[in-house]
Design a protein around this ligand. Structure first.
Ligand code: GLN
Length: 290
């Protein structure tokens, strides 16, 4: 069953990548025509509009050639998802931020982090306001209709958080209960299936708000990604994570549909980070092995 889900995902991703190739033809011409421009871009033509267009045009250039030299890579995220992205004082930090920084570094670009609502990330990529969506984002078929995803950089799962004295002991017990989720997430999608069983889904903008609502007795359980769940449970008394994981998911970086140049560049950088062990080192910095 789980294998089927993954196989489906892989097939969907392939289809997405192929669709991207098809529409990439026009861009390829631009990029080819731009080869000379790329050589001269190092100068000071740095208006924001230029920056984005050039970053995309130059995406043909290999990472090694650092075609994006000096350009801005805008990352859209929702910094309410520790340990992947969260606020630390005035900074936004976490695994995704460090991975994106390492990718930008390899592409010779400067990373700019934009903190927005989770369900605004895909529209932001579609409109071209952001280049990459890095937000512990699970690859799924619905999203693949609107964006392309890179190769996955980690696996994840949904879990259930309950109060320590809760009668809920597993997924079946969610029937008829009040379940809190973060709006628009895979937890939301999963929990919504229980509406047919008489459950009520409460959707919050931040996962932590769902946890607070549970502590105030407004809801019975929270369905959320495992690593943020661990962080929330470690920071709050009287709540626990149930053993049974609900899903198997893969996180990847989203780019505008059809932007195969950027997709290839980011995939190239990601492969290097996997190969060198840098990716694992970043993950290990935030998630201790059990
Ligand atoms: N992995 C979940 C999803 O993609 C949650 C992501 C998040 O809340 N940042 O929907």
């Amino acid at each position: 069953m789980k294998k089927q889900v993954i196989a489906l995902l892989t097939a969907a991703m392939l289809a997405g990548a192929m669709a991207g190739c098809g529409s990439g033809g026009a861009d390829a011409t631009t990029a080819a025509a731009d080869t000379t421009a790329a050589e001269t871009t190092t100068a000071g033509d740095t208006t924001a509009a230029d920056t984005k267009a050039e970053a995309e045009d130059e995406a043909e250039t290999t990472a090694a050639a650092a075609g994006g030299e000096g350009k801005v890579l805008v990352m859209a995220t929702n910094a309410e998802f520790p340990p992947y992205e969260y606020h630390d004082g005035g900074d936004i930090v976490g695994i995704d931020v460090e991975v994106a920084e390492a990718i930008a570094g390899k592409l010779g670009m400067t990373l700019e982090v934009e903190d927005i609502a989770f369900d605004s990330i895909i529209p932001e990529l579609e409109s071209g306001k952001a280049d990459i969506g890095v937000a512990g984002m699970t690859v799924n078929e619905d999203r693949l209709k609107n964006v392309d995803f890179t190769d996955p950089y980690t696996t994840a799962s949904q879990v259930i958080i309950v109060k320590e004295d809760s009668e809920i002991a597993g997924p079946d017990d969610l029937k008829g209960k009040y379940i809190g989720v973060q709006l628009g997430t895979t937890g939301d999608i999963y929990a919504s299936d229980y509406e047919a069983d008489g459950s009520t889904i409460e959707r919050y903008n931040k996962g932590f708000e769902a946890v607070q609502a549970m502590q105030q007795g407004k809801i019975d359980a929270v369905v959320i990604d495992q690593e943020p769940a661990k962080v929330f449970v470690s920071q709050n008394e009287g709540i626990k994570i149930l053993d049974e994981a609900l899903t198997v998911e893969e996180y990847a970086i989203a780019v505008k549909k059809g932007n195969t140049e950027l997709l290839d560049q980011v995939n190239g950088a990601l492969a290097e980070l996997k190969e060198s062990g840098e990716l694992q080192a970043i993950i290990d910095k935030y998630i201790s092995a059990e």
